[in-house]
Design a protein around this ligand. Structure first.
Ligand code: SAM
Length: 281
């Protein structure tokens, strides 16, 4: 008889997927994306939901606290929740630099570790859109928000730059698991209204954009993006052994950026997103 001990770990397909997502968002340098390219999204959602002193706020898929930190700066009592706690270290540093306090807690948007009605305001900036089961995530947003509380969501639109980028990268990515829905659908107003259903009222939507103008050319954008954005890092890793596919991915991302360039000389892109606010019944 062998004296080797074998440890068997059982992992459900969902747990395995979430583990892969957690690794993916820890790749590259997402904190720099939030800080350098899209920092305005947090204040937009904080203002749109009227967060203020004493509000109990949950930021879902908070990352480094793009929304949670400015929410806490208003005097609100804030929890920043995310699948990828590796991002919290940078978030804590950002919060400390601004002199604000909040809690950082690991959690899956599809199974939030909070009781019903626990928060006055539930927000997410380009975050909850990345949970693969949209209805499950929407149900959780509503469940943890008290009746009369507010929701504030920002998601990249399917037609905008990031929606186009995900379509561009799809042929190079590992196939999504059955039932997973594309993240930019959360930027489609009809889709989000259907997810939330009649559990919310006073729904207000606006399409807005973040202007990204710090790259001299679409190729310069691509060369930076492929090093910092987890999903793009995964796309390049997936084709790393195939020089032709890598070159095709290079070309496709550059062309995608060029499609969204205003065409005024320097590369200036407007990254469209949907801002949705609502009140829970
Ligand atoms: C594009 S980042 C946005 C982070 C932040 N809200 C911001 O505005 O910078 C997407 C975030 O979603 C998180 N995420 C992805 N799937 C998730 C899930 N199922 N539950 C919770 N967070 C998730 C990732 O870890 C990542 O931090």
């Amino acid at each position: 008889m062998s004296d080797t001990t074998t440890t068997t770990t059982t992992t459900s397909p969902d747990q395995a997927l979430k583990a892969r997502h957690r690794v993916m968002w820890g790749l590259g340098d997402y904190p720099s994306v939030a800080a350098d390219l899209i920092p305005e999204l947090g204040p937009v959602v904080v203002t749109a939901t009227g967060i203020g002193p004493g509000d109990r706020v949950l930021d879902v898929a908070a990352g480094t606290g793009n929304a949670a930190v400015p929410a806490a700066a208003t005097g609100a009592d804030v929890v920043a929740s995310d699948l990828t706690p590796e991002l919290f270290e940078q978030g804590r540093a950002v919060a400390a630099a601004r002199g604000v306090e909040l809690r950082w807690e690991e959690g899956d948007a599809e199974a939030l570790p909070y009781p019903d009605d626990a928060f006055d305001v539930v927000i997410s900036t380009v975050g909850v859109m990345f949970a693969p089961q949209h209805q499950a995530a929407a149900d959780e947003l509503v469940r943890v928000c008290r009746p009369g509380g507010r929701l504030g969501l920002i998601a990249w639109t399917p037609e905008g730059f990031v929606g186009d980028l995900f379509r561009t990268m799809k042929p190079y990515m590992p196939p999504p698991p059955p039932g997973a829905q594309p993240p930019p659908l959360w930027g489609d107003e009809a889709h989000v209204r259907a997810l939330l259903g009649d559990r919310v009222t006073d729904v207000v939507t606006r399409r807005q954009s973040v202007t990204v103008d710090r790259f001299p050319t679409p190729a310069a954008f691509r060369d930076h993006w492929r090093t910092v954005y987890g999903p793009t890092v995964v796309a390049y890793r997936t084709v790393a052994d195939d020089p032709e596919r890598t070159a095709a991915l290079d070309r496709d991302i550059e062309e995608c950026a060029a499609r969204h360039d205003r065409g005024t000389g320097a590369t200036v892109m407007d990254w469209e997103y949907l801002l949705l606010t609502a009140r829970v019944r």
